[in-house]
Unconditional design. Structure first.
Length: 219
């Protein structure tokens, strides 16, 4: 009888242990299910490296830094922002080429540069939206066909010609070692060309080099 009692106690202890184990597993599973939403989205300063991942390509802090630098340099160049009448300029990505191994939307650079220059120059530079020429021509045609009136500005014989236009190039040099570390030297050049005689009236360069154990995918 004593042997049977001990066996019964062992069986009871085993059942309790299994019950506790199953309860812990269920709690752990519930915890994982409740955490599937992940952490909430957070806003980050575009002028600082991302907390999610950092690669060797051109990132938001690079774009903000280079466009700020180019804007200040253009405004400080004699004969540009102090001319009368103000010069007309095109700043877009049409002649801004990407020859680097970095995947990048070039408009991120030229759009920010144009917007910041427009705001900072306060009328000392006039920017022509040639990238929106189709929209302008459609409206001009409506006016000349009599579908709309001439507006408050009035009609002109042609759209605005320009004095200077932005050109430039994004280039890179990559290196990879046996250790798995990859590095990239990035060089971005900017030039303003006189659109009548082809001379370069301003140029700027932005360069940096990054290294990382593993690069990330840019989209």
């Amino acid at each position: 009888m004593r042997h049977i009692t001990i066996s019964s106690h062992k069986t009871g202890f085993a059942a309790i242990a299994v019950s506790v184990l199953l309860s812990a597993c269920a709690t752990d599973q519930t915890s994982r299910v409740n955490n599937t939403a992940g952490r909430p989205t957070i806003y980050e300063d575009v002028k600082t490296p991302s907390s999610a991942a950092q690669g060797i390509g051109i990132e938001s802090q690079d774009i903000a830094s280079m466009t700020d630098q180019m804007m200040r340099d253009i405004l400080a160049t004699p004969g540009l922002a102090d001319r009368t009448p103000p010069p007309r300029i095109i700043v877009d990505s049409a002649f801004f080429t990407n020859e680097s191994s970095s995947r990048l939307n070039k408009n991120l650079i030229t759009d920010r540069m144009r917007v910041e220059l427009t705001r900072a120059s306060r009328g000392r530079l006039i920017f022509v939206g040639r990238h929106l020429a189709n929209m302008v021509e459609a409206e001009r045609q409506l006016k000349r066909d009599g579908v709309t009136d001439a507006g408050t500005i009035g009609k002109t014989k042609g759209t605005a010609g320009v004095d200077y236009r932005l050109g430039g190039r994004i280039a890179s040099l990559d290196a990879a070692g046996k250790s798995g570390v990859v590095s990239r030297y990035q060089q971005i050049t900017f030039e303003l060309l006189d659109m009548e005689n082809g001379t370069i009236v301003w140029s700027g360069i932005y360069e940096f080099k990054k290294s990382a154990q593993d690069d990330i995918i840019y989209r």
